[in-house]
Design a protein around this ligand. Structure first.
Ligand code: C2E
Ligand code: MG
Ligand code: MG
Ligand code: MG
Length: 282
């Protein structure tokens, strides 16, 4: 029966499916409009050392929708990734982040701050990805040494040789790479040593139940140990409680990101956090 249905798929009209298709098309066209009329905004989530110093922040895109309010990336990035829209969004995010880095260069308290930018598969796969990043660095005047690009395992494994070449070229300019959502993908460990990575990001799904699920404690401990052996920095994502942070610190985790340290927020919030840090150090 399933086979017969599949054979008729082209004549089969499903109003629910049609509605979903229409909604997606509408979202795509709204997004195109959003990109053209500057409705995207960046939020910044602090990344801190064990002692609480802010090392920098991850840039997380949001859509300031005229009617729907602030739309989280989970509601539009997957749609954008289905088309070339993600290229425009990716460019916009990179440029906004680099403009911020360039602006900070003139502020004594902020000049050392790093920014981390998420790259999507379609962006990274482009032949001229390296040139694009280089061009944004040039035009904004941002220091490549303060920029981290976040990749995921599947993006790299898609074509390991190509990934290594692109990463090597950008690393030569000073750009660092972090492996995002680490542990959730293929976790083929043999390629890890071949990649010019700087940081492993432990996925928040392992951090969430730390202290409650012995298996997660073991995984997190293993990732941190692996990072140490491979000379990579390790950052834990999704740190929400002091108990989680204490456990991670005990395992030797280098860096922390999560609601405990600060939620993703507009740039003013990050700068206020820094101002407090500077004031308490003085
Ligand atoms: P990600 O890069 O793994 O980002 C981490 C996500 O975890 C962010 O969600 C962040 O707000 C959330 N998070 C951080 N700390 C905590 C915590 O303590 N508890 C909990 N429950 N969540 C926490 P967000 O901002 O909704 O972003 C979701 C995903 O959207 C990102 O995952 C990333 O894959 C994608 N994304 C965001 N911005 C961009 C972008 O500019 N370009 C691309 N290509 N993807 C982006
Ligand atoms: Mg990320
Ligand atoms: Mg992540
Ligand atoms: Mg994630």
């Amino acid at each position: 029966q399933a086979k017969a249905r599949r054979g008729n798929a082209l004549c089969f009209f499903d109003p629910q499916m049609q509605a979903a298709i229409n909604e997606r098309a509408q979202l795509e066209s709204d997004l195109r409009q959003a990109l053209a009329s500057d409705q995207l905004v960046l939020h910044y989530q602090p990344q801190c050392t064990a002692s609480g110093d802010v090392l920098g922040a991850e840039c997380l895109v949001r859509w300031q929708h005229p009617e729907r309010g602030l739309v989280p990336p989970g509601q539009f990035i997957p749609v954008a990734e289905g088309s070339d829209l993600i290229l425009g969004i990716g460019q916009w995010v990179l440029r906004a982040a680099c403009r911020q880095l360039a602006a900070w260069a003139h502020q004594a308290d902020c000049a050392r701050l790093r920014l981390s930018v998420n790259v999507s598969a379609r962006q990274f796969r482009q032949d001229d990805f390296v040139c694009q990043v280089d061009r944004v660095l040039q035009t904004t005047g941002a220091s490549a040494h303060l920029l981290t690009l976040e990749l995921t395992e599947s993006m790299v494994l898609d074509n390991v040789q190509d990934a290594i070449e692109k990463m090597d070229q950008l690393r030569a300019k000073g750009v660092q790479f972090a492996l995002d959502d680490f542990g959730t993908g293929y976790s083929s460990l043999s390629y890890l040593t071949r990649l010019p990575l700087h940081t492993l990001k432990i996925d928040q799904s392992f951090v969430r139940h730390l202290g409650e699920r012995p298996a997660d404690n073991a995984i997190v401990q293993t990732i941190i140990g692996m990072g140490r052996n491979l000379d990579l920095a390790v950052i834990a994502e999704g740190v929400e409680t002091q108990a989680q942070k204490d456990l991670l610190a005990g395992y030797g985790c280098d860096l922390y990101q999560g609601y405990l340290l600060g939620r993703p927020a507009p740039i003013e919030v990050l700068q206020a956090l820094l101002a407090r840090e500077v004031a308490s150090a003085a």
